[in-house]
Design a protein around this ligand. Structure first.
Ligand code: THU
Length: 140
């Protein structure tokens, strides 16, 4: 657990605001996320469910896709807020997706109550499988 900072609270507020736009008619579990970039940009996302359940997109990956689609790949932090009583943690698939862009990013987690949890991504996903294992050209 890390100490909660003022920038963490700002990013969490973006995630909480986004959460209101979640599309979750099946699970009724609304999730909002916000990513922050080295350049100082913030991008938000929500979970977008689908009648074919497997086509559902998580909020964290929606926010990450928004940032990357806008040309921002240097993610320094992500905030996630879900309807759970305890702070909502990113699912395994989102941890992996986020690790692609910075395994050391801050992860700020909130729920329906005021409790907030702050960790780094590598605390949540140790020994992540990242592109270095593929020995690829990093300019791509
Ligand atoms: N969900 C997220 O958006 N992020 C997570 O990390 C956990 C799960 C969504 C997917 C689905 O719409 C709902 O929460 C219930 O699983």
């Amino acid at each position: 657990m890390r100490n909660l900072t003022q920038p963490d609270l700002v990013l969490l507020a973006f995630a909480r605001e986004a959460q209101e736009r979640a599309y979750a008619p099946y699970s009724m579990f609304r999730v909002g996320a916000a990513v922050y970039t080295e350049e100082g940009e913030t991008f938000t996302g929500v979970n977008v469910e689908n009648a074919a359940f497997g086509a559902t997109i998580c909020a964290e990956r929606a926010a990450l896709s928004a940032a990357v689609s806008a040309g921002f790949r240097n993610i320094t932090a992500v905030a996630v807020v879900g309807d759970s009583e305890a702070p909502t943690v990113p699912c395994g698939c989102c941890r992996q997706a986020l690790a692609e862009f910075n395994p050391e990013m801050r992860v700020i987690m909130g729920g329906a109550k005021d409790d907030v949890m702050v960790m780094t991504l590598d605390e949540l996903l140790p020994e992540a499988f990242v592109r270095g294992y593929l020995d690829q050209d990093e300019t791509k």
